[in-house]
Design a binder for this molecule. Structure first.
Ligand SMILES: Cc1ncc(COP(=O)(O)O)c(C=O)c1O
Length: 377
């Protein structure tokens, strides 16, 4: 399989930094000083000695998650049977795809799509991408999805809020996808890693709260919701039989997740939440600044969530637009070219950082446009 696009780019950006390129400090993974109660919990855990942690996850982390989810979704979530902790959402997706789908099955995926391609390939699954349109805010093409179902289709895999497009579905769209899955007996996998990063509505219309289709799996990530990306904690929420099947794949891969990471996660989930609300507020502010900073004719749909602008670079560059993304990258804009998201001609640009970083982004894009028109004339 290919490398994960974002990680390949991370390596390239590090090389560029070393060679003296001023790479903009924009990031899609929130960076926040962890609050004292989380750090204190981790410190205490250091002296706990050898601790036995069940393979499905530290009980107090699962209990804290279940309490939050039960409240968010207004239905009980059982910490014992319906939640499994993983090494990040990436492993959660990997385990779900390996455990719950037969090799050779087809999976419907709205496009542009998150880095699902390698996950699907390694599980022997075949994606059928259904493209959305920038002009419609990258809303899912529900009739296109319905039309794309065929006898080999076994699942729908999607991301909400959507990385890379920033699309956030409303309740009606979520229910329409649930209905499509139920009518066709498809496993429905919703990657809600950016669940907190929702800018224009009070909270995400979550598949976990809205779906009454028992074959619904929700994957979430502590990397985004609690800014602890390097601690590697994510989780799966699903019906007990599905979680049990996932656990069997997970145990042969990892045995269990790190105790220390799960303590940090439990402190974060169980404690006061104001520090993360402030972080989401910064992303919302940057979203507005970034939309104003895009120099025409470049364009992007206004992200309603997640942490990126998904920018159309095709103005004037036509089929060479993905090469244009590579050139912008060399100029220190930390983007991931659209080909990694099944959308050549676009680029994913993160919006986390200072207001100055966002203004510099606008200036770099304008400088790049000017150098291109000079080259053309
Ligand atoms: C949509 C989405 N899914 C999954 C992941 C993986 O998250 P984790 O760091 O928890 O493995 C990410 C992180 O970039 C993401 O943005």
């Amino acid at each position: 399989v290919e490398r994960v696009g974002a990680l390949e780019v991370e390596g390239r950006l590090e090389q560029l930094r070393r060679s003296g390129v001023d790479v903009l400090g924009l990031t899609g993974a929130p960076r926040v000083q962890l609050p004292e109660h989380v750090i204190a919990g981790a410190r205490r855990a250091l002296s706990d000695g050898e601790v036995r942690v069940p393979s499905r996850g530290l009980p107090r982390l699962r209990e804290a998650l279940a309490a939050r989810l039960s409240e968010e979704w207004a239905r009980p979530v059982d910490p014992e049977t319906q939640i499994m902790v993983t090494n990040g959402a990436m492993q959660a997706l990997h385990v779900v795809l390996h455990a719950l789908l037969p090799r050779g099955a087809h999976v419907l995926v709205p496009a542009p799509a998150f880095f699902f391609s390698g996950l699907l390939a390694s599980a022997g699954l075949r994606p059928d991408y259904v493209p959305g349109r920038l002009e419609e805010g990258w809303s899912w093409d529900l009739s296109g999805m319905a039309a794309a179902v065929h006898p080999g289709t076994r699942a729908i895999l999607l991301c909400s809020p959507e990385n890379p497009t920033g699309h956030v579905p409303d309740e009606e769209q979520v229910l329409a996808v649930v209905d499509l899955a139920a009518r066709n007996h498809l496993l429905l996998i919703a990657d809600e890693s950016y669940e907190r990063f929702v800018y224009d509505r009070p909270r995400l219309a979550s598949f976990g709260g809205l779906s009454s289709w028992p074959e619904t799996v929700v994957v979430r990530s502590m990397s985004k919701s609690y800014a602890i990306s390097s601690w590697r904690v994510g989780f799966v929420v699903a019906a007990p039989a599905l979680v049990e099947a996932c656990l069997r794949v997970f145990e042969w891969d990892s045995i269990r997740c790190s105790y220390l990471s799960q303590v940090v996660a439990a402190e974060a989930v169980g404690g006061e939440q104001g520090w993360m609300a402030a972080c989401v507020e910064e992303y919302r502010r940057n979203r507005d600044l970034a939309m104003d900073a895009i120099p025409p004719p470049l364009r992007a749909a206004r992200p309603a969530g997640a942490a990126f602008l998904f920018m159309d670079l095709q103005a004037g560059d036509g089929p060479r637009a993905d090469a244009a993304a590579d050139r912008l990258l060399e100029m220190g804009v930390p983007l991931v070219p659209g080909r990694h998201f099944m959308a050549p001609g676009y680029a994913r640009i993160p919006i986390g950082g200072s207001p100055d970083d966002i203004r510099s982004l606008g200036a770099r894009l304008a400088g790049w446009l000017a150098s291109r028109s000079a080259a053309v004339s």
